[in-house]
Design a protein around this ligand. Structure first.
Ligand code: ADP
Ligand code: MG
Length: 698
């Protein structure tokens, strides 16, 4: 590749890096010297100026110096060593909760020290807890540094000092060899935005000089930082573009057009409804893809309830008709089970076996499924991600369908590419999502895909009437359920909680279910959450579908794929905790039948202004795209892409909120690079995504 040899040397060629340090660095993705240059600081310490103690205020982090006035161990509160220093303008206490006798000795009264730390309010005025300090000769002033001190991301066993020293050496190598770091950004871009050169930008970020403030770096206004953030974002986009480009080198399973109408006509005629124009259009786009010599890479975006599943079934039909197998992946067992029921009904007349494979299928049943896939008896396999983690061997896999793709990461999707590969042939891929991603963000997530949009709901759907209600009115809501169920209708009660803790979420749902059972003795209440056994979940869902249950108390597991038309009331507790798109998805569980449907957002007061505004958007709109756009405006792209879509895209330096202004420019610059300097693409990817195994495929 194009990086000159010096920067391609392993880090062990630097002084002070042995095999143990190298192993630790490798955990951070750092193998060669160039990797150190792109290991950028997360923040900075400012030791460039010495503050007089009188100028200190709580909250600042500062370098000071002074003479020790007294030192003592105080038993008050938690035992600690207190050392008071003064520089003539005032005094401050240094507090150590962990200390040694030697420390006590070194900091004798009269000793001059310099120290660096965060200033806080203490018992007797300002103090620093566990500051860094150095004893300095009495007449000397503290030594200020000429540059801000970088603070690097670390891993266990690595210290800041080791990384700082290594980076310094790497920077010195760059200084000696101006050609070492090739700048791939077009000159026009550098000029237009007044960006510094790559080498300059890298140097500035590792060692900003004293004229740059930590605040400016934090806010992202420093041109060096902007430039690197731009390159970072650009490279992510490029990697997806490259993936798309490379897909053209793969052969696709051949689906002959001749079989299309023979197979699909009876199937479509047998459906209990008429397909919408949008569904038909997207089906045609898929059919056209499947006869091309390269694998289809298509994303189908469509609001909740727009009928994506039948479109996927149509694609599956094309594959089956051509004698290929189909794998369908869903993010939850609940959804996989529902697809399994639907597909089993739709493909009833087809002489092929349909199987369900989740993490819970073990032992002999699992063996039988794997066998049937291997010998081709099974034409369709539906499952969770367990589908692809296992040594599942297909007889002749022709199509991979990923439902609710936003619940999987972009990395997972890229990693899936190679599955089902036979020689130079790879299966067609269809991914589906209900979460519309605004265009600017789509380019960082979906640039490798062609996009189809189902922009029409099946006829007769009534919008869900949504109300925003404070938790003080909980009792009213509960009595409303009583009337509702009295009218032979069903309802959902959704408990939300901090997304990270499934356990807590389940516990909260359990408690709520217990309370509702007590409050509603006439109502048949059941509980559904992610930690139940698959067979129990299925039994509960079936009972709810058959109206043997009136009120289903559930966690957000029901967000995707639950379809019970008679349930047309949904209460969502603490909706303020969730993103709007997620709430919209949840709400999509109601409004599936001919009844008027209602969604009650039972919030915990007081509500912040922002939360009030967000819930208002949901109340006023049933349009998923509009809701996603507004959510983006109110929460910023980092939140929209980040929070619940963990593992999506991680950047070295770019911050989607701070650097949102850079996004617009990226597709054009990417096109220029791709066409004019294609040789830039691989080095850029190596630089920014380097040893990320998820992209090794790319
Ligand atoms: P989603 O796009 O959210 O995955 P589904 O595929 O689950 O939506 O479809 C929602 C419901 O609408 C299902 O009950 C499905 O059978 C039904 N449906 C799909 N297409 C149509 C249509 N053209 N007309 C009427 N109902 C439809
Ligand atoms: Mg769906």
């Amino acid at each position: 590749m194009n990086v000159p040899n010096t920067l391609r040397q392993p880090v062990t060629t630097l002084t002070g890096i042995g095999s143990r340090t190298a192993a630790n660095l490798e955990k951070l993705g750092i193998r060669i010297i160039q990797d150190l240059l792109f290991h950028l600081p997360i923040r900075y310490e400012d030791k460039t100026r010495l503050y007089s103690i009188a100028k200190l205020t709580a909250g600042m982090t500062a370098l000071i110096s002074g003479k020790v006035k007294f030192i003592d161990v105080l038993p008050r509160g938690r035992k600690s060593l207190i050392c008071r220093i003064s520089d003539g303008t005032g005094f401050i206490d240094l507090r150590f909760f962990h200390f040694t006798a030697q420390q006590h000795n070194t900091l004798k009264p009269g000793t001059t020290i310099s120290c660096f730390g965060e200033v806080q309010f203490g018992y007797a005025g300002l103090e620093m807890v566990h500051p860094e300090y150095t004893v300095i000769s009495s007449s000397d002033k503290a030594i200020t540094e000429s540059h801000l001190t970088p603070v690097y991301p670390l891993t266990e066993g690595l210290s800041q000092n080791v990384v700082r020293k290594a980076v310094k050496q790497a920077l010195a190598i760059c200084d000696d060899n101006a050609q070492a770091l090739r700048d791939w950004l077009p000159d026009a871009v550098l000029k237009q935005h007044h960006y510094p050169s790559l080498a300059e930008a890298i140097k500035t970020l590792h060692a900003p000089d004293a004229t740059i403030t930590t605040e400016a770096l934090q806010s992202g206004s420093v041109p060096a930082l902007k430039r690197l953030a731009f390159e970072d974002l650009l490279t992510h986009h490029l990697s997806l573009k490259l993936a798309k480009h490379k897909a053209k080198a793969w052969q696709s399973p051949h689906f002959a057009t001749a079989t299309y109408s023979v197979a699909t006509k009876p199937f479509i005629n047998a459906l209990p409804f008429k397909l919408t124009g949008a569904q038909l259009r997207v089906m045609a786009e898929i059919a056209a893809d499947c006869i091309l010599p390269h694998p289809m890479m298509r994303l189908v975006q469509g609001d909740v309830g727009s009928g994506k599943t039948i479109v996927a079934a149509y694609a599956a039909l094309l594959a089956l008709a051509a004698g290929y197998q189909v794998a369908i992946m869903a993010p939850t067992e609940l959804l996989a089970e529902q697809h399994y029921r639907n597909f089993s009904a739709w493909f009833n007349d087809f002489s092929t076996q349909i199987v369900l494979l989740t993490g819970q299928v073990k032992g002999n049943p699992r063996k039988e499924i794997l066998q049937a896939l291997g010998d081709g008896t099974s034409g369709i396999i539906i499952g969770t991600h367990a589908l692809f983690q296992d040594a599942v061997n297909f007889h002749r896999l022709g199509l991979i369908i990923i439902d609710e793709q936003h619940r999987f990461g972009v990395h997972q999707r890229l990693a899936l590419r190679a599955k089902g590969q036979q020689g130079s042939t790879r299966p067609h891929q269809l991914v589906m999502t209900a979460t519309p991603i605004p265009r600017t963000l789509a380019m960082l997530q979906y640039s490798d895909l062609d996009i189809s949009i189902i922009d029409e709901l099946p006829p007769g759907r009534k919008p869900v009437t949504t109300s925003v209600i404070p938790s003080e009115r909980r009792d009213d809501v509960i009595s409303r359920i009583n009337n509702w169920v009295g009218n032979k209708k069903q309802a959902y009660w959704v408990c939300t909680l901090i997304e990270e803790s499934e356990l807590l979420q389940c516990e909260a749902a359990e408690k709520t279910a217990e309370r509702l059972k007590v409050a509603l003795p006439e109502v048949r209440v059941a509980l559904l959450h992610g930690r139940l056994k698959a067979s129990d979940k299925e039994a509960i869902m079936l009972a709810f579908k058959n109206h043997e249950i009136d009120l289903l108390v559930a966690t957000t597991v029901i967000e995707v794929g639950v379809d019970v038309p008679n349930a047309s009331l949904m209460i969502i507790e603490n909706p303020e905790r969730l993103g709007l798109s997620q709430l919209h998805q949840l709400r999509g569980r109601v409004g599936r039948g001919s009844d008027d449907s209602f969604c009650l957002l039972l919030y915990q007061s007081p509500l912040s202004d922002n939360a009030r505004q967000r819930l208002g958007i949901l109340r006023d709109s049933n349009d998923g795209f509009l809701i996603a756009e507004k959510d983006l405006q109110l929460r910023g792209p980092g939140e929209v892409m980040g929070t619940r879509q963990t593992g999506q895209v991680t950047f070295k330096i770019a911050d989607l909120v701070r650097d949102a202004d850079l996004l617009d420019n990226i597709p054009t610059v990417a096109d220029t690079l791709f066409n004019d300097t294609p040789e830039a693409v691989a080095p850029l990817i190596e630089r920014w995504l380097g040893h990320n195994p998820d992209y090794s495929e790319v």
